[in-house]
Ligand binder design. Structure first.
Ligand code: CTP
Ligand code: MG
Length: 229
C-alpha cells in the first residue's frame, strides 16, 4: 500500500498582495514551498508526491523537491479543481484503498509529529480525517452589516487545517459528486461529509498556520524558529 501526497500550490496568493505568489516568498531564507515539502519529506520520505502547479508558473524550481518519486499536475481554477486534477494524474497507479494526504503548500509549519499522528489515525479509520484545533475565541455571526446577530456556541467548533487524508477511491468519488451537485468545497473533508461520512478531527498544533495575509510571513518565521529551538 502506497502513500500519496497531493500539495496544491497553484494559487496566486491574492490576499497576500505580494509580487510573487506566496509559495515563492522567502521564509527564513528559503521559499515557503521548499519548507513545506521538506517537512512532508521528513515525515514520509517514501511517499509519492503530486504537486499542483499553475501551467504558466515561471518561479518553480525542481531543486526544491526532496522526494525521489514526484510529478506535477496542472492547477485548476479553484483549489478543489487543482486537487481533482492531481487525483486524475494518479489514476491507473493509485489503488482505491491507498491513502492520500492533501496538504496546502501555504502551511510550512506542520510538524513531523502531527503528520505521523494523523497517518496513524487514518490507517484505522475508513472515513478519513484532518488535522484540526479547537476554536479559542468567542464566535459571532453578523447580520450582514457588521452588527452581531448571534453568538455561536464555541463548544464543538474546530479550525480545519491540512493535511486532510482519505482513501483514494473515496476522495475521488466525494469530489466528483461534489462537482456534480454544485457543492462549493473549500476542503476535501466537506466533500466527504456530503456523502454522509464523518471524518475524524485529529487534534493538531495551533501553530500549523496557513500563510494568507502579509503579517503571517513573520509569524511563520517565528514559529519555525521556535520549533527548531
Ligand atoms: N490553490 C491551488 N489552486 C487554486 C487555488 C489555490 O492549488 N486554484 C492552493 C494554494 O496554492 C494554497 C492552497 O490551495 O496552497 C490554499 O489556498 P489559499 O490559501 O486560498 O491560497 P491562494 O489561493 O494562493 O491565496 P488567495 O486565496 O489569497 O489568492
Ligand atoms: Mg485561495
Amino acid at each position: 500500500e502506497r502513500l500519496w501526497l497531493i500539495v496544491p500550490a497553484a494559487g496566486r496568493g491574492r490576499r497576500m498582495g505580494a509580487e510573487l505568489p506566496k509559495q515563492y516568498l522567502a521564509l527564513a531564507g528559503r521559499p515557503v514551498l521548499a519548507h513545506t515539502l521538506s517537512r512532508l519529506h521528513q515525515a514520509f520520505p517514501e511517499a509519492c508526491l503530486c504537486l499542483c502547479l499553475d501551467p504558466g508558473d515561471a518561479h518553480f524550481d525542481a531543486g526544491w523537491v526532496p522526494f525521489d518519486q514526484w510529478r506535477r499536475s496542472p492547477g485548476g481554477v479553484e483549489r478543489a479543481d487543482s486537487v481533482r486534477q492531481a487525483l486524475a494524474a494518479l489514476a491507473g497507479e493509485a489503488r482505491d484503498d491507498d491513502l492520500v494526504l492533501v496538504h496546502d503548500v501555504a502551511r510550512p509549519c506542520v510538524t513531523v509529529a502531527d503528520l505521523h499522528q494523523l497517518l496513524a489515525v487514518l490507517r484505522e479509520d475508513s472515513a478519513g480525517g484532518l488535522l484540526a484545533s479547537p476554536v479559542a475565541d468567542t464566535m459571532k455571526r453578523d447580520d450582514g452589516y457588521e452588527r452581531v446577530s448571534q453568538t455561536e456556541p464555541r463548544r464543538g467548533l474546530w479550525h480545519a487545517q491540512t493535511p486532510q487524508g482519505f482513501r483514494y477511491g473515496l476522495l475521488c468519488r466525494a469530489l466528483h459528486e461534489a462537482v456534480a451537485s454544485g457543492l462549493e468545497v473549500t476542503d476535501e473533508a466537506s466533500a466527504v461529509e456530503a456523502l454522509g461520512l464523518k471524518p475524524r478531527l485529529v487534534p493538531g498544533r495551533r501553530d500549523n498556520i496557513k500563510i494568507t495575509h502579509p503579517e503571517d510571513l513573520a509569524l511563520a518565521e517565528h514559529i519555525l524558529a521556535a520549533q527548531q529551538g
